[in-house]
Design a protein around this ligand. Structure first.
Ligand SMILES: [Fe+2]
Ligand SMILES: [Fe+2]
Length: 414
């Protein structure tokens, strides 16, 4: 039975109501917000029933709240209940399995680059509730002029992998209307840079032998450094919009942007910034050797699976070391982004001064991006909670760098 009383806590991690599974006991207190006041709606271990669900519907509530420290417990609750219940975004395990398989056939794009009036020669689809639905067809022979109504939809806009080269050409040929203010042009340029970097990295993950990609990435990282040095607020544009799911290439571009921005904030020399950016960009390439089944697995990993995941660091080192144009100084980001100053990290359990500067920077960027990323079975932390969570882990991260990082992201919509 739902309990209602005024609460003095201020839980601020929003959870879509759809994440509460009818017929299950709740792993933590669930709050609702009414008239700007948080109230406990369901206590820990109480049963979420059809009746409590109806109360939420009647109140027109689509989001409930939990305390940030309960987010991990809540993730396990979601993962543990997935096998026999509807998944949080609709659809059961079978639908999810099909989705996990099909997601590799698509590439998420940023609709900021396909504004109304743009003529595109690649088709668009939408990903919503684990389903891919075609939105528009287009080709070289039959281009499509985008109108507002096309993009006014729920879900992520994606394109077929086979259309990615056309999308890349489209980005390279983007024209800016003469009347567009300089600030807007700079923003579009940053989005285009981020989108191009994602595709270049995606190609490398599919074919990690390609030395050309590393050369190309040097140019992109330098463009990224220029953007951030010209205007530090560009970091907000360089970070990808949070999509429906996680992709290694999106995460890696975010980690590179955050690492470079932190490097700029601590006045690293230009040459070091480039090496740091390259290392961060390729920090997770070892994941290209892990099966999609393990990478996309919902719920707890077995010990063996966890060992396989952790091994991405060593695999990554092997991949990048085979390329002569990968700077050896950049290896710190690849090898040490999961090390913790307290010695609790992996693969070597290094501690304190044993961890390089690039390892320390990429560890903060990596953790922050992972926490703020949404996955089909995991809620995303808001920037505010991600920063609080990292700060709480006292001792794992470099305190001075962390302070600068928090200050750097201070203007982010928390
Ligand atoms: Fe990693
Ligand atoms: Fe990572």
């Amino acid at each position: 039975m739902a309990t209602k009383y005024i609460n003095i806590e201020e839980p601020d991690l929003p959870i879509p109501v759809g994440h509460l599974i009818i017929g299950t006991r709740l792993p933590c207190k669930i709050f609702i917000k009414e008239a700007n006041t948080f109230k406990v709606f369901l206590s820990k271990d109480s049963l979420h029933t059809k009746m409590s669900q109806n109360i939420l519907s009647e109140k027109g509530i689509s989001e409930v709240y939990i305390n940030a420290e309960d987010s991990m417990t809540f993730d396990f609750y979601l993962a543990g209940n997935r096998a026999s219940h509807q998944t949080l975004n609709g659809g059961g395990p079978v639908v999810f399995k099909e989705y996990a398989h099909r997601k590799e056939e698509y590439h998420q794009i940023d609709t900021a680059l396909v504004a109304a009036g743009s003529s595109i020669n690649f088709g668009l689809s939408v990903l919503d509730k684990f389903k891919f639905t075609p939105l528009v067809e287009a080709s070289d022979t039959f281009p499509f002029v985008v109108d507002e109504s096309v993009l006014d939809i729920d879900g992520d806009v994606v394109i077929k992998k086979s259309d990615v080269p056309r999308y890349l050409d489209y980005i390279a040929a983007l024209q800016y209307p003469a009347k567009l203010p300089e600030g807007d042009k700079a923003k579009i340029r940053a989005v285009a840079l981020r989108e191009t970097s994602k595709i270049v990295l995606q190609n490398f993950l599919a074919d990690p032998k390609s030395g050309e990609t590393i050369k190309e990435m040097h140019t992109l990282v330098n463009d990224m450094i220029d953007c951030i040095m010209q205007d530090r607020d560009t970091i907000y544009t360089l970070l990808s919009l949070k999509g429906y799911d996680y992709y290694t290439y999106t995460h890696s571009v975010n980690v590179a942007a955050l690492s470079v921005a932190l490097g700029v904030a601590i006045d690293l020399p230009r040459d070091d910034l480039e090496k740091l950016g390259i290392g961060a960009m390729f920090h997770d390439v070892g994941k290209s050797r892990i099966s999609h089944e393990i990478l996309n697995k919902q719920g707890r990993l077995s010990d063996i699976e966890y060992t396989v995941i952790k091994n991405h660091v060593n695999e990554g080192e092997k991949i990048v070391s085979s390329h002569a144009n990968f700077p050896c100084e950049s290896l710190g980001a690849v090898l040490q982004h999961h090390e913790k100053l307290t010695g609790r990290g992996y693969p070597l359990g290094l501690s304190g001064a044993e961890i390089s500067l690039f390892g320390r920077i990429s560890a903060i960027a990596d953790c922050y991006d992972a926490l703020t990323t949404r996955r089909p079975y995991k809620v995303a932390y808001t920037p505010f909670y991600a920063l609080s969570a990292i700060s709480k882990d006292t001792g794992d991260y470099d305190a001075d760098l962390l302070r600068t990082f928090i200050k750097m992201l201070g203007k982010m919509n928390m």
